[in-house]
Ligand binder design. Structure first.
Ligand SMILES: *[C@@H]1O[C@H](CO)[C@@H](O)[C@H](O)[C@H]1NC(C)=O
Ligand SMILES: *[C@@H]1O[C@H](CO)[C@@H](O)[C@H](O)[C@H]1NC(C)=O
Ligand SMILES: *[C@@H]1O[C@H](CO)[C@@H](O)[C@H](O)[C@H]1NC(C)=O
Ligand SMILES: *[C@@H]1O[C@H](CO)[C@@H](O)[C@H](O)[C@H]1NC(C)=O
Ligand SMILES: *[C@@H]1O[C@H](CO)[C@@H](O)[C@H](O)[C@H]1NC(C)=O
Ligand SMILES: *[C@@H]1O[C@H](CO)[C@@H](O)[C@H](O)[C@H]1NC(C)=O
Ligand SMILES: *[C@@H]1O[C@H](CO)[C@@H](O)[C@H](O)[C@H]1NC(C)=O
Length: 832
């Protein structure tokens, strides 16, 4: 009965689909002989976008436009500066092959204006599903013009803002003149400063608003972008010093999100609400006057919370007190005390810096390659022209010479700025601090006494407290007690009761009393066994080593994290068990074990052909993207490696082992840990050496993994080798010698796939570049893998020097331990 129903439903849908296809396919294209007259239209295949004639409100002028659904939003306009005065216009492909708009007397009033169209072939225009109108050379299928490269005032998914100083190419948006006049208005939107990319809105030739520098994840001058970013996946591609492009592709492509530059010069993020059939504004920039470029003049700082909103930086005073009082701040501020280096010209180092926290850093920064904050600071100090510096891991060292303009103060997020002032200003600061200190000391002494007492009491109760903490995670009945331990507090919201509780005895039965023959492997913190429940379901049981108290933290970490995550490329936790001294996690069973047993073991790895390997690479990338961006939390895995990628029966990859993963605290993009954990060979240099971890350190591990998959060799397999090259070094050398073939696993080395494999190696090498800033994020990696991004950026050297440095920085004993067992997870190297 039921299956009959299914079948007839299927038939119906097929017929229905055929009908719709029939009725729409024919009309997304205009070929050379066709003339589309007002009010005729053509629509994209998916019915989302329509190209036709349109009149804005309060005017009878006609414009050839692309609009979304029911004329709710015009996303592109052709003849925006050449309106048709009547309804007798038309558009067609002209004799020269261009798409043209004609007026009543068939004069061309607008053209796509491509000058070098070959007359040997006809051309046609097609409105694609993305809303992109393209002009195609029929004979070759080559796209010779597209509306996405000539935007009006709307920025849509997969469109790009481009600035290329070398070729002079600039793709920018321009506002309407008014709501009823779409001709070029006074505001334009473009991507600027190719070295340190930022979005600018210009009013004519004057800057009107800027986004703050891109730090690899967000634009730092938009504190609210964090959430926007999470939804919409912005990526910036920097190519060399003079070319940069920005695009965005929402993780959830079901909902259309776009950005519009309105006629008053504001950017609005709009989302189409299907339920209400209307657009909703999610987010606007320039809510406050503070966002107007340079409103407080040079050395002024704007804070929307302050009254008045403009203030001089510390150590500065208004240049013109009178104007300043009249709330005309544009004249800005001047130094109260000249810098020492200006006076003596000798001793540039006698000045100091005042720290300004959480700001949109000033415009016109210079970027330097200094790798640490200290280096950045001393570089600035040595150059008397340097008025400020800032160091942000995602960007690097920024410095300013000359006036500091457009500083905006935020209450959270963003970057710290250090402003150069004369030493005497610093002394004043210190003086003030001193008075304060004396007063504070009395308070502090009292506090210390209280705290000491409290600490002693807490110590005494420690054992009690620890027990309670365990209870919370014991998956028992879900009657979680409240504790005020901060992390635990936050995590206690996990609905552990939703997890299935397993009985220790049942698990013992399922695994034949944890029989050695059922052992699947050794996870980070204990053995993993295969088991079969009474109902026949196969499971994998991870049993925390009973002996070591160590690993308990990781165990809890894993329970909490993974129970919140759901993705087809992450391994699924079925439940857990804690009874007496037993702590166990129960996962879905993966018949194909882990990736390392597949790609590195000679008899097995020939079974993985290129298609399989590519889908493993892609799946892993998607799982990682989910962790970084799409899940409600931002999670850094910190221990991505081949043995932590499990394969299901269809060889779908699933990321496992979240014992070391960390949730990212809301604002930061990078965190620092004293305890460097992870697996040598997969660790990014900044993490291994400095304990800095971020999405980009996971990207590094992903790059290593990718190269391992393509080459079929372990990164570590090289260490025992005479030349002691790492896989990365080997790959880089082969890349430069144009000899990638010797890197590629012989079993997949087929000329048919050569181009794809080469592309993958390129992406892998991009991910392992030395500087975290240069590495793409996972969203970009996925776009690259899927060839949405066609031109990959140039490569810089990967971080393979790491090994030497690490050898030097570790004692002999430690390094021996490290390299004899280099596929195991390191859990206790102390970072700096
Ligand atoms: C069409 O355009 C041509 C050239 O711009 C102009 O001379 C002509 O008057 C226009 N016709 C109409 C009906 O507007
Ligand atoms: C087409 O190109 C010519 C010359 O290159 C230019 O003068 C004209 O303004 C262009 N027209 C459009 C609609 O871009
Ligand atoms: C026209 O010239 C541009 C730049 O010179 C080139 O990129 C493009 O391929 C040419 N188009 C055709 C149809 O030949
Ligand atoms: C271009 O299109 C016209 C009209 O459809 C046709 O007569 C002509 O043969 C085509 N030319 C080429 C080169 O295909
Ligand atoms: C159109 O005109 C009406 C009446 O003058 C006015 O209220 C409305 O705001 C105008 N709409 C636009 C978009 O200019
Ligand atoms: C503000 O001051 C500047 C000169 O410092 C002057 O050019 C400008 O007109 C003043 N603006 C207003 C609104 O008074
Ligand atoms: C400082 O600025 C002056 C004037 O702009 C310039 O001549 C000089 O070379 C600069 N010094 C350094 C170290 O950049």
């Amino acid at each position: 009965m039921e299956s009959n129903g299914h079948i007839s439903f299927l038939c119906l849908s097929i017929i229905f689909c055929c009908l719709c296809l029939d009725s729409v396919t024919a009309i997304d294209t205009i070929s050379s002989s066709q003339l589309i007259k007002d009010p005729e239209t053509i629509s994209s295949n998916n019915g989302m976008f329509t190209l036709g004639f349109f009149s804005p409100q309060n005017t009878t002028n006609r414009y050839v436009c692309i609009w979304y659904k029911t004329r709710t939003l015009v996303v592109w306009i052709g003849n925006r500066n050449q309106p048709l005065k009547d309804s007798k216009g038309s558009f067609t492909i002209s004799e020269d092959g261009n798409l043209v708009v004609l007026n009543a007397t068939k004069h061309v009033i607008w053209s796509t204006n491509v000058s070098n169209i070959s007359l040997k072939s006809n051309t046609s225009a097609q409105l694609q599903d993305s809303g992109n109108l393209v002009l195609i050379e029929d004979a070759t299928g080559k796209i010779i013009w597209k509306s996405f490269l000539h935007p009006s005032n709307v920025f849509m998914p997969n469109m790009q803002l481009i600035t290329n100083k070398r070729t002079g190419q600039k793709v920018e948006g321009t506002s309407w003149k008014s709501p009823s006049d779409p001709s070029f208005g006074s505001f334009s939107l473009s991507l600027e400063r190719p070295k340190i990319p930022e979005i600018f809105i210009w009013e004519g030739t004057r800057p009107h608003w800027r986004s703050g520098p891109w730090n690899g994840i967000v634009f730092t001058g938009i504190p609210t972008m964090q959430s926007v970013y999470n939804l919409n996946g912005f990526s910036v591609l920097v190519e060399g010093d003079d070319s940069v492009q920005l695009s965005f592709s929402p993780a959830n492509s079901d909902r259309l999100v776009l950005y519009m530059l309105d006629w008053k010069g504001k950017i609005q993020e709009m989302i189409w609400k299907n339920s209400k059939s209307q657009w909703e504004v999610l987010f606007t920039v320039q809510k406050t006057d503070c966002e107007v470029y340079g409103i407080c003049g040079a050395y002024g700082r704007c804070s929307s919370q302050a009254k008045p909103i403009c203030n001089c930086l510390r150590g500065f005073e208004p240049r013109n007190e009178e104007e300043w009082n009249r709330k005309n701040w544009t004249s800005g501020c001047v130094r109260k005390k000249a810098l020492q280096c200006e006076n003596s010209k000798v001793d540039s180092k006698s000045d100091g810096f005042l720290k300004l926290e959480k700001v949109k850093v000033p415009d016109l920064a210079d970027w330097s390659s200094a790798r640490s904050e200290e280096k950045c600071r001393s570089q600035c100090l040595e150059n008397c022209n340097c008025t400020a510096y800032s160091y942000e891991a995602g960007i690097g060292c920024l410095s300013w010479s000359g006036n500091l303009i457009d500083i905006q103060q935020f209450s959270s997020g963003s970057i710290d700025l250090y402003i150069r002032v004369a030493n005497s200003e610093l002394d004043k600061e210190r003086g003030a601090t001193a008075t304060f200190t004396i007063a504070a000391i009395t308070v502090i002494v009292t506090l210390v006494i209280i705290v000491t007492c409290a600490y002693v009491m807490w110590k005494c109760l420690g054992r009690e407290r620890k027990k309670r903490k365990l209870l919370l995670f014991s998956c028992c009945k879900g009657s979680a007690e409240q504790t005020n331990d901060n992390i635990i507090g936050e995590l206690s919201q996990v609905k552990l009761q939703e997890l299935l509780l397993f009985d220790a005895e049942k698990l013992a039965n399922a695994t034949d009393d944890f029989n050695y023959s059922n052992k699947l492997g050794e996870g980070g913190f204990g053995p993993v066994y295969k088991g079969k429940l009474e109902n026949g379901q196969e499971i994998a049981v991870k049993r925390l080593s009973r002996a070591s108290g160590q690993g308990l933290e990781e165990f809890m970490n894993e329970v909490v994290l993974i129970s919140k995550l759901q993705h087809r490329n992450l391994v699924r936790l079925l439940g857990c068990c804690r009874e007496g001294e037993e702590n166990m996690l129960i996962y879905e069973y993966m018949p194909n074990k882990s990736l390392d047993t597949f790609i590195f073991d000679p008899p097995e790895h020939k079974f993985l052909d290129w298609k399989n390997r590519f889908s493993i690479i892609e799946g892993t990338a998607r799982g990682l993207l989910y962790l970084h961006r799409d899940s409600r939390l931002r999670i850094i895995h910190r221990d991505l490696k081949a043995s932590n990628i499990l394969l299901d029966d269809e060889l779908n990859p699933k990321i496992s082992d979240f014992g070391l993963a960390r949730i990212f605290g809301g604002h930061g993009d990078e965190d620092k840990t004293r305890r460097v954990v992870g697996t040598y060979g997969y660790m990014a240099p900044e993490y291994a050496m400095g304990g800095l971890f971020s999405e980009k350190s996971d990207v590094f591990s992903f790059g290593v993994l990718l190269l391992e998959i393509v080459s079929g060799r372990r990164n570590s397999s090289f260490y025992n080798n005479e030349q002691s090259m790492s896989l990365l070094e080997f790959a880089w050398n082969m890349w430069n010698e144009d000899n990638i073939v010797s890197l590629i696993d012989q079993y997949i080395c087929d000329p048919v796939h050569e181009k794809d494999i080469l592309r993958c190696v390129h992406i892998g090498l991009l991910c392992v570049q030395e500087s975290a800033r240069d590495r793409p994020n996972m969203a970009t990696v996925i776009s690259m893998l899927s060839s949405e991004i066609v031109n990959l950026p140039a490569l810089s050297q990967p971080a393979y020097i790491l090994k030497q440095n690490m050898l030097n920085s570790l004692s002999n004993e430690e390094s021996q331990g490290l390299f004899s067992n280099n596929s195991a997870t390191i859990t206790d190297i102390q970072g700096r």
